[in-house]
Design a protein around this ligand. Structure first.
Ligand code: HEC
Ligand code: HEC
Length: 214
């Protein structure tokens, strides 16, 4: 009798373990299905009939890139870049300086080359690089701003480097410094999707009236 009770308990416990394991497996596969990195295609917004809503939705999708750490680290509010997915202060401490290329004696390109370079270390596996490596000017700061605020300032000729929407689109879709975000070097998460997909979203946003989220 006692032995049977123990056996029954073992069966119950094993079943419970299997159920938990199954539930965990189901949970992880659902999570990976929804959090898969990527961007929606422009055509996926065709179903939104309201032109303004469609434009806002396209910008929000492009916002997954604009607000990605790879872009934000170089578009800070303070005049110093940040690093990593947690936007921690740049090590060593550097500043954009008068021309956004760094301080005299420690310009960005004393460390950042024309392309990503491997290091011999494990903690920092690559030093990011691009021929135009520099800090975005203060008027183009995005960190800590809402997507709506970023949208408004992107369209403002006084703050966006005097670029009309055609130039903004060209910059987003083709600029190599922007493109670095999809090829950030070993040890860094790339921006979602591809620069081409991102450029197409920005183009479709402009073509639909370049509306901004509230
Ligand atoms: C003394 C060398 C040095 C100087 C000077 C320097 N950097 Fe860096 N920077 C690095 C290293 C090394 C890394 C990689 C750190 C890591 O991945 O943990 C880095 C990473 C970064 C990143 C982070 C990329 C990311 O998304 O994680 C940005 C942005 C950046 N630097 C911008 C600049 C800018 C802009 C300047 C000039 C104003 C500059 N750096 C000057 C060495 C330097
Ligand atoms: C290494 C630093 C760096 C990184 C990384 C970076 N930018 Fe920039 N960005 C700049 C600089 C510098 C300028 C100013 C260039 C100019 O005016 O000629 C700029 C300007 C811009 C502008 C012009 C208009 C405006 O209002 O900001 C856009 C758009 C832009 N960047 C988009 C992006 C996007 C999107 C990403 C990420 C996919 C990105 N940038 C990543 C440095 C960076």
């Amino acid at each position: 009798m006692r032995r049977n009770a123990i056996a029954a308990m073992i069966v119950v416990a094993t079943t419970a373990c299997l159920a938990v394991a199954w539930a965990q497996k189901a949970a992880t596969s659902t999570a990976s299905a929804t959090s898969a990195p990527g961007l929606k295609e422009v055509s996926e917004f065709d179903g939104i009939n309201d032109q303004r809503k469609r434009s806002v939705a396209l910008f929000e999708e492009a916002g997954k890139v604009l607000q990605h750490p790879r872009c934000l680290n170089c578009h800070p509010v303070e005049r110093a870049p940040t690093q990593g997915d947690d936007l921690h202060p740049h090590v060593p401490e550097v500043a954009g300086g008068a021309d956004n290329h760094g301080m005299p004696g420690m310009p960005c390109n004393s460390c950042h080359g024309k392309s990503n370079s491997m290091t011999l270390g494990d903690t920092v596996r690559t030093i990011p690089g691009d021929a135009h490596w520099a800090l975005a000017p203060a008027s183009m700061a995005w960190q800590g701003k809402s997507l709506g605020q970023i949208c408004e300032q992107l369209k403002d000729l006084k703050r966006n480097g005097n670029r009309d929407l055609a130039k903004i689109s060209h910059h987003m879709g083709t600029d190599t410094l922007v493109g670095w975000a999809w090829n950030p070097g070993s040890g860094r998460t790339p921006a979602p999707g591809t620069q081409k997909q991102f450029g197409a979203l920005v183009d479709a946003w402009i073509a639909s009236g370049a509306a901004c989220p509230q």
